[in-house]
Design a protein around this ligand. Structure first.
Ligand code: KDG
Length: 323
């Protein structure tokens, strides 16, 4: 039995030691990244069983991804390796040109993951999972990736598997108008929907206040909606148990990439452990805070024990206010 199965591209991230324009960066750290891969690692660290379905090459970087996932306890046996393809990679540019923001340069247009097709989705794998998680990055990769996502969602419905969706809009992969239609469709099929304020605007067609945004998003279908407000405002959520809010933890930000996935992992872990909505949001917020404190999307994701220590310390007010 699986707690969470993710479907999407795992990539290698090169993150420079220096901030500023990439053309002047000389030394890089190499990390495993990719939205669903981050979520799969995150929930595994928190004690749940997860798997990633994707395609990779047989190149050294693809091997690096597989061994990292294995090392993190993520099931990799359904990952297919295509001999003539490579994995995708991306390079992070931190704090330039906008201080406090990271930008990315993608080298993924011919990656193995673009070849994912509905045939790669096994009914028994979806059927044995409690949660199917897919980000809006997967349908942006290719038509066959889009079909794959919808095939998996259809199976999830058939088997009463909870579908968790995070639009994760990536403007370098597709236009707002292309993404909007797909997001609306995926959001309406989701049981758990994570959304940023801009993504909610894309889905709803206009910007509304947070309360109304939550209301409208949940009227599309999802039982649980988590709205990511700004880094200063934190998270609010609506579920059949009511509305809850979590303030963000104040921590020094090194690289914000991966925060959304960490949040998803923390939230889903709370949900899988039948925690209250308030506690699920605090777990989500804590995972996001920890991950942005260093480079790499997943390395700082906590184990349950470390998460507990973080939450306890935060409760006692042991925070560094450096943001
Ligand atoms: O959420 C973080 C991911 O966006 C990052 O790891 C890379 O998957 C990625 C993407 O497509 O941007």
């Amino acid at each position: 039995l699986l707690d969470v199965v993710g479907i999407g591209e795992a990539l290698v991230q090169f993150n420079p030691l220096d901030e500023g324009p990439i053309r002047h960066a000389a030394l890089f750290e190499k990390h495993v990244a990719g939205s669903e891969s981050n979520v799969a690692i995150g929930v595994s660290r928190l004690g749940h069983k997860s798997a990633l379905i994707t395609k990779l090459g047989e190149d050294e970087l693809s091997r690096f991804i597989i061994s990292t996932l294995n090392g993190e306890g993520v099931e990799t046996k359904w990952i297919k390796q295509i001999p003539e393809k490579n994995c995708g990679i991306f390079i992070v540019q931190r704090n330039y040109p906008v201080p406090g923001r990271s930008d990315v340069l993608y080298y993924r247009s011919d990656s193995a993951a673009r070849l994912l097709s509905p045939k790669d989705i096994r009914e028994d794998v979806i059927g044995q999972s409690k949660i199917l998680h897919i980000s809006g990055i997967t349908p942006a990769l290719s038509d066959s990736c889009k079909e794959t996502a919808f095939k998996a969602i259809e199976l999830a419905h058939e088997y009463k598997v909870r579908f968790s969706f995070d639009p994760n809009y990536r403007r370098k992969l597709w236009s707002i108008s292309e993404a909007r239609q797909v997001f609306q469709k995926m959001a309406s099929k989701a049981e758990i929907l994570f959304s940023g304020v801009d993504e909610a605007e894309m889905i709803l067609g206009r910007r509304l206040d947070p309360e109304e945004t939550l209301e409208r998003l949940s009227s599309l279908g999802p039982k649980i909606v988590i709205l990511k407000l700004s880094a200063k405002e934190g998270l609010i959520a609506k579920s059949p148990h009511g509305r809850v809010r979590a303030k963000p933890y104040r921590i020094p930000v090194v690289d914000a990439i991966g925060a959304g996935d960490a949040m998803v992992a923390g939230f889903l872990s709370g949900l899988l452990s039948n925690e209250s909505m308030g506690r699920c949001l605090r777990m989500a917020s804590a995972c996001a805070a920890l991950t942005v404190m260093r480079k790499g999307d997943f390395e700082n994701l906590p184990t349950s024990e470390d998460l507990e220590k973080f939450l306890l310390a935060a409760e006692k007010g042991i925070e560094t206010d450096q943001r």
